[in-house]
Design a protein around this ligand. Sequence first.
Ligand code: ZN
Length: 303
Amino acid sequence: MEKSALIIVDAQRGFMPLEEGRRVWPNLSDDERQKPNYGWGELPVPDGGEIINPVNRLVAASIQFGHLIATTQDWHPSNTAHFSDKPDYQTTWPRHCVAGWSGAELHPNLALPASSERFVKGTEELKPGQEDTSYSGYNAFAPNIVIGFGNKRLTLPYFLEQRDVRKVIIGGLALDYCVGQTALDFRQKADMDVTVISDATRPVASETGEAMLEQFREAGISYTDSETWIREQSKLDIQQQNSDNARYEITDILSDSLTPRGIGQWLQAHNRLLGQTPAEALADGRDEEVQAAAQAFVDGSYI
Ligand SMILES: [Zn+2]
């Protein structure tokens, strides 16, 4: 069965405003906040901390629905042309999310299950003057570059493909850069069903955020809030459970006997419980035993 995955992009201390650090750690002294290991506010996205509660609700719902959960982290070398003391905020940025430093840590209030997978990106050094259009620091999709922690050397798209994931739900920072690029690539390069959650992301600037939403519309990417998404998923979940129950009932009837009467009952059950005609039941190849019985009935070979 096709699966879904929740991807939380770069919800890291370094992308959160300084005030978010104050809110999370109210008792820290100003001296402590001056130390380089403070980590908050390196490259802050306005109101970045506001995403944490919606993201946690998405995580809880995803656990309930059996979706996979993956996080990504910007994970840069300390020396790279990705950084500059005089950043242009187009291709160069203030130093942020250096591998192993505090700014690269995930927000401490993220409530992740042990089963969630962590991926890092932007790990390669960018040379001065190097074209950075394919640079993985901007995108969790980039092949062969997004690498799981440990020695797995596994890209996020490959990881998801191996697990039959065809739908991704994306939140994190920032909408107009990493979240947006990741969503576009999953839609356009992997042909996946992509939903970005509006209250689980924030843009660096409203104009570039609006421009990204326009690209989402053109690409057929859904953009909806966490409450709506969770409500829709709950409906799907209940439909799935009803359908599973109907299947169990049908299998019960079948296991009784494959006599004409049994098959007649089975066809009626298909109509009643799944709204399927015999032809549709045949086309639905998910249950081989059911299909074989339907074929026997249609062929008249059950006698
Ligand atoms: Zn970066």
